[in-house]
Write a protein that binds this ligand. Structure first.
Ligand code: NAP
Length: 282
């Protein structure tokens, strides 16, 4: 009789670009565990049915990416406090017959900064976040958890920043792009969550002059690994952290739920994905 191996997947549309199978495949191999991790391209209209029959498809759980993260949250029987706060889930697993879910982007963002810039949050007060999309919400929550008391949310479409400010409280200040220059003064951290600077997109055009040199600059865009923003910040002497670690660390809790062991984000794993991003490996 053939042995049944636990399997998990990432569900999205499109999904061919996802590097999650490389990450989980590396951990399965490194830990000597039997299991699979697949990509599943599922259209929005088929998503609920797919998740309801996740076990019939042979899965013990899944990651969920664009455009399904809100829909995933609505299907949960039990949501983590973080998923409830954000109304979004990216990691699903079963406890008995209950479908459980978490949002691990917050943990991924914070763990990446802790790993690459230890003590970054020690004197955190003022943060400037560029962008007010799905990822920005997770970054707001993470920075609030680490003590930020003044979060300037700079977005092209100011209404989206206003919606997030309303959701996440008076420490969040919606800010038009025209005020960016002056709000960089006294910032402890600058985070890009827009898609600007990503391969194939326009560059982020920003004057960093008013930003203190001790301010940490981080970009959650990780293709390319060193975005124009990070290059510019490094050249003037700011500490920088790229966005790849966020992708790696957000994957840790899911793997533990599905395969029973907590994996480690190793230098080797990071190097593997870096090579893939640079086009060195297929
Ligand atoms: P999203 O919800 O579509 O939000 C995109 C944001 O970019 C919005 O604030 C949008 O402004 C802004 N934007 C797009 N084009 C712009 C332009 N030409 N000028 C000014 N602003 C522009 O996307 P998301 O899910 O938040 O993801 C954002 C980026 O983060 C993506 O590149 C994604 O790959 C990356 N990401 C990385 C990780 C990681 O693990 N490192 C995790 C999640 C996301 P408007 O509101 O005005 O349209």
């Amino acid at each position: 009789m053939s042995e049944i191996m636990p399997a998990a997947c990432v569900i999205g549309h499109p999904i061919a670009h996802s590097r999650s199978p490389m990450i989980h495949g590396y951990w399965l191999n490194q830990l000597g565990l039997k299991g699979h991790y697949n990509r599943e391209d599922v259209l929005p209209e088929n998503f609920a049915e797919f998740v309801r029959s996740l076990r019939d498809h042979g899965y013990v759980g899944c990651n969920v990416t664009l455009p399904h993260k809100e829909a995933a949250f609505r299907l949960l029987d039990r949501a983590s406090a973080c998923a409830q706060h954000l109304q979004v889930a990216n990691t699903l697993w079963f406890e008995g017959d209950l479908l459980c879910g978490d949002n691990t982007d917050v943990e991924g963002f914070i763990a990446n900064l802790d790993d690459r810039a230890p003590h970054w949050g020690t004197h955190l007060k003022k943060a400037v976040i560029l962008g007010a999309g799905g990822a920005a919400a997770s970054i707001i929550v993470g920075l609030q958890e680490r003590g930020a008391t003044d979060i300037r949310l700079v977005n092209r479409t100011i209404e989206k920043a206003e919606i997030l400010a309303h959701r996440f409280g008076p420490t969040v200040h919606p800010t038009p792009w025209s005020d960016l220059h002056q709000c960089l003064t006294d910032a402890d951290i600058l985070v890009n969550t827009t898609s600007l600077g990503m391969k194939g997109q326009a560059e982020l055009d920003i004057d960093l002059d008013p930003l203190p040199l001790k301010a940490l600059v981080t970009d959650i865009v990780y293709v390319p690994l060193e975005t124009g923003l990070l290059r510019q910040a490094k050249q003037r002497g700011n500490p920088i952290v790229d966005g790849l670690g966020m992708l790696l660390f957000q994957a840790v809790p899911g793997f533990e739920h599905w395969f029973g062991q907590r994996p480690t984000v190793t230098k080797e794993l990071r190097g593997l994905i870096e090579d893939h991003i640079r086009g060195v490996t297929p």
